[in-house]
Write a protein that binds this ligand. Structure first.
Ligand SMILES: Cc1cc2nc3c(=O)[nH]c(=O)nc-3n(C[C@H](O)[C@H](O)[C@H](O)COP(=O)(O)OP(=O)(O)OC[C@H]3O[C@@H](n4cnc5c(N)ncnc54)[C@H](O)[C@@H]3O)c2cc1C
Length: 592
């Protein structure tokens, strides 16, 4: 069963973003299209033969909490080994560190393929990679030596342990404490909730990258430190002993059930050791590295799930007959894919998936370029990546929910049943607007932090990038009109941005950020329209004299986005310019 488009991935990597350009940098010079194709094919092989067959089985047999431990699907044990041995966790690292110097454009594409086959399974190695990268960036050499090879090999699982019962979005309020000792470690005490892969029986040990507050540290985000808190710690004789990280239970969730989220209790017996990583009270700054990686990963995985749902619905629409085509006489019922409204729903899904994937590969390209450039050029890519991260996370996350819903709608009543996959994908997609920061938090991050932090300097760089694409598109007769539409919408977005930031500068903080979620949505649509224009330029150039239906399909999907999605910004931007303060003035007591 198809779950992603190899052709589209190739189109984006090679034709739109010309990945081989990276080979001019020494870090990537051993790679070329051939090696990338080999990696992607090997990944597709695992995804098709090992991950996808477990998709439904894992959904129907969720992890269980038995005798104080979480039991997951038994296949995870071998899969984690395979991910480790195959280099699927460590591929971007340098050769000296045991990696393959793989660009993130390819590494993230492998995550996309695996996520489309089975998001639950894909979550495990990705979390390990993020945790290990944090150790790699901020830990001492001794810590690196002890933990890294075990995590990259898939023997130990890495996690990110931030959330607490009373501190989810507001990490400044975490209360897990860290008491210094004379023995070089801290004693950790507190509770963590929702920790993905926070405990399970498929690996020897679990290493938590945990946020805690050192006794006496300042309140808020400035008093948070980062610790390595393993489930089992070194016993001094080369073995392992229990580190007082008790598993309190497993949460029963609505989707992606194959990956557990744990409730952890640390220091119940005052014997949980944490090892400080980086400087005291600077933990959140370090954790942002992992959170930013994770946010891009969420965007990819939201797109993965939407992709799998789209192909399931496309197949159904090509098999199911129903009704007659409006305005066309026929004795026989037609395939539902012949109905314009069904095609609209398919186009909606495709435009979300391929537009999002374009943005995510663009972001991965920026991440790669920050690894190989320096000075002002490096800063440019770093800042662009930072500015686009809230959108790359939230647009696919939010739209992935609507896209999987459209997949269900294509199947009518059958879509609502467990007999077809879209029902499962719809449930799996719902997590993405919540974890790694809710959409509201990303809206505030974009408007209140990323745009405001340098008085709009990075935004101006982004506008210049979009303007370059508009100018390129304008030289093509077929694209002139839509290029102009994007230009006009961009101007309106800038106007609204100035209005809002002015409010912020005048100290009207609540109205400034009250509709940040709407702002994020409008911004996201403009960014995806930009990505569609980029893809449209290549498709238009390739269709000249070509009968290839792929390029024609691309152009239709781009046209769909400009006809149906871009105009949605008008309503959003009108609301954002309105003086109404309804959401501020309406009080708790007014709700019935
Ligand atoms: C499946 C799953 C996996 C997870 N994995 C991990 C993990 O591996 N590690 C980890 O540490 N955590 C993890 N989490 C936790 C996740 O990051 C949090 O659930 C999320 O950050 C939201 O926190 P919360 O649940 O406490 O909701 P709250 O913060 O209570 O938010 C509730 C609502 O209020 C809104 N809200 C909150 N504050 C504001 C504000 N200032 N302005 C406007 N609106 C606001 C939110 O947007 C949301 O709509 C996971 C959660 C789930 C469900």
């Amino acid at each position: 069963m198809q779950f992603y488009s190899k052709r589209n991935l190739n189109f984006l990597l090679n034709e739109v973003f010309n990945i081989e350009h990276l080979s001019k940098y020494p870090l990537f010079s051993d790679h070329n299209k051939e090696t990338y194709d080999m990696v992607l094919s090997a990944c597709e092989d695992i995804a098709t033969n090992k991950l996808q067959p477990l998709l439904v089985e894992m959904d129907r047999n969720a992890p269980e909490f038995v005798d104080g431990r979480i039991k997951v699907h038994p296949a995870m044990k071998d899969l984690m080994k395979e991910f480790g041995e195959g280099g699927w966790i460590s591929a971007p690292l340098s050769y000296e560190e045991g990696g393959q110097q793989m660009p993130y454009m390819i590494f993230n594409a492998t995550m996309f393929i695996m996520g489309a086959a089975n998001y639950s399974v894909a979550a495990y190695p990705f979390l390990s990679a993020g945790a290990a990268n944090l150790i790699r960036s901020f830990a001492t050499d001794t810590q690196k030596k002890y933990y890294l090879s075990k995590i990259y090999s898939g023997e130990w699982q890495g996690t990110m342990a931030l959330s607490e019962p009373e501190a989810g979005s507001s990490l400044g309020d975490i209360t897990t404490s860290a008491t210094p000792t004379n023995e070089g470690h801290y004693l950790i005490k507190g509770q963590k909730v929702f920790i993905s892969c926070g405990d399970y029986d498929g690996v020897e040990n679990i290493v938590h990258m945990m946020l805690a507050r050192i006794k006496g540290a300042p309140k808020g985000t400035k008093g948070i430190s980062l610790f390595i808190v393993p489930r089992l710690r070194e016993d001094g004789n080369g073995g392992l002993e229990f580190n007082d990280v008790i598993t309190g239970g497993v949460f029963h969730k609505m989707g992606y059930k194959g990956a557990p989220i744990a409730h952890l209790i640390t220091g119940e017996n005052d014997d949980c050791r944490g090892y400080l990583v980086g400087d005291a009270n600077k933990g959140l700054n370090c954790m942002f590295q992992l959170m930013n990686e994770a946010r891009i990963a969420v965007g990819f995985n939201a797109t993965s799930i939407a992709s799998a749902a789209y192909y399931a619905s496309l197949q159904y629409c090509r098999e199911r007959t129903q009704g007659r085509r409006t305005g066309h006489y026929s004795d026989e019922p037609v395939l539902i894919i012949e109905h314009a409204d069904v095609k609209r729903m398919l186009l909606f899904q495709r435009s979300i998936i391929e537009g999002s994937l374009g943005l995510l590969i663009e972001c991965s390209r920026y991440a790669d370029l920050t690894r190989v450039t320096s000075g002002a050029e490096q800063k440019k890519y770093h800042d662009l990546l930072g500015l686009l991260t809230p959108i790359a996370k939230s647009y696919p996350a939010e739209m992935g929910c609507l896209s999987t819903s459209a997949a269900i709608q294509c199947l009518g009543g059958y879509g609502f049943t467990e007999d077809f996959l879209p029902e499962q994908f719809y449930r799996e997609a719902r997590i993405h607007p919540i974890h790694e920061g809710t959409t509201a938090i990303h809206g505030m991050d974009l408007l209140g932090r990323k745009i405001a932090k340098d008085q709009g300097a990075t935004l101006r760089i982004l506008i210049a990038e979009i303007t370059t694409t508009i100018q390129q598109a304008s030289t093509h007769e077929k694209l002139e009109k839509i290029a102009k539409e994007l230009g006009i919408t961009l101007e309106k977005l800038v106007d609204v941005t100035m209005n809002l930031t002015m409010m912020g500068m005048q100290g009207e903080y609540e109205p400034f950020l009250a509709d940040a979620t709407l702002y994020l949505e409008a911004f996201g649509i403009v960014i995806i329209a930009w990505q569609w224009l980029k893809q449209g330029i290549v498709a238009v150039e390739k269709t000249d004299g070509s009968e290839d239906s792929f390029y024609q399909g691309k152009i239709y999907t781009m046209e769909y986005f400009y006809k149906y999605e871009l105009p949605k910004t008008r309503a959003l931007l009108t609301s954002l310019k309105s003086n109404s303060k309804v959401t501020i003035e309406m009080q708790d007591a007014h709700f019935e």
